[in-house]
Design a protein around this ligand. Structure first.
Ligand code: SF4
Length: 294
């Protein structure tokens, strides 16, 4: 299994890198009516906004705040500007996108940019802009796929299909952009076999990274309402079950693809279920012990 830090060392052999989340004020087409309203049923965007970018300033000032946050521990660290919140290619013309990405790319210590987006929010003009930027520094696209099963995507109101994912990855990778996909384990109607199918389909595409997490039901979401009413056929993994699934996933992911992470823990106060009370590093240690034992 190739870890994300091993993958990063292929790009930056001389120093460690850390992602700094940037909230550049993007919206989401699945919330603002361009594709849908209400968003994905499980989504609560404050779940993925770190404390250092809650008071949103300019892109440059957020990167500075992120650097102050991380530099206390690792003074020699370099950074990837991570356009994370919402859909970071949506709703802005090419000139404005360019200025936001350029502001990040030109910040001192930034050695690459990571743009999180949806597969249906990548027009040619945006991909061409990112290709142009990638001649100066590495550019990663992190595309939310979540599942390869269209019935699941419909059930959670994703507003796109698996075919959209395949097309987006192909169009980005022919431009030399580094692509990663994001999947969620436990979405309505899915069990281990559906998740593993999605992993295999994802790995058949020209991606370089895979990012996974188990489904968490967050308070205040449509999914929470459905779940409390007994209308959401979700798979709420125990730690033990999810560890086993991760091992089976690792067996299926080819060495050329790095696994970015298996866990994304939302702030405990907003998680309705499952409540693991585990830190990411604790889960990583458990997984590593299980892999060694096998
Ligand atoms: S998960 Fe992403 S695409 Fe879905 S509503 Fe939230 S921000 Fe939008």
């Amino acid at each position: 299994m190739k870890t994300y830090s091993e993958y990063m060392r292929e790009f930056f052999p001389d120093f460690k890198v850390q992602k700094i989340s940037v909230d550049a004020g993007f919206s989401c087409p699945n919330r603002d009516g361009n594709i849908g309203r209400g968003g994905c049923t499980y989504c609560r965007v404050d779940a993925f906004t770190p404390a250092y970018c809650l008071e949103r300033g300019s892109v440059a000032s957020q990167i500075e705040a992120g650097k102050r946050f991380f530099a206390r521990k690792y003074p020699d660290m370099r950074y990837l500007a991570y356009f994370q919140a919402f859909t970071n290619t949506h709703g802005r013309d090419t000139a404005l996108l360019r200025s936001l990405y350029e502001e990040a790319a030109s910040a001192e210590g930034v050695v690459g940019i990571v743009v999180a987006t949806r597969p249906d929010a990548l027009p040619d003009s945006t991909l061409d802009l990112l290709r142009e930027m990638s001649r100066r520094l590495p550019v990663w696209l992190e595309i939310g796929a979540e599942s390869s099963h269209d019935a699941t995507l419909r059930a959670v109101n994703r507003g796109h299909t698996w075919h959209d994912v395949e097309q987006a990855v192909e169009r980005a990778s022919v431009r030399g952009l580094h692509c990663g996909l994001h999947l969620i384990a436990g979405l309505p109607g899915e069990g281990d076999s559906e998740v593993l199918e999605s992993v295999e389909r994802a790995c058949a595409l020209p991606i370089e990274t895979l990012k996974l997490h188990h489904l968490q039901i967050l308070s205040g979401t449509e999914l929470e309402r459905l779940w409390r009413e007994g209308k959401a056929d979700v798979r709420l993994y125990t730690v033990e079950e999810y560890l086993e699934l991760c091992v089976r996933i690792i067996e299926r992911v080819p060495e050329r693809i790095a696994i970015d992470r298996f866990l994304s823990q939302s702030p405990p106060g907003i998680v309705a279920a499952p409540r693991w009370n585990l830190k990411n590093y604790q889960f990583a240690n458990m997984l590593s012990a299980r892999l060694k034992a096998r």
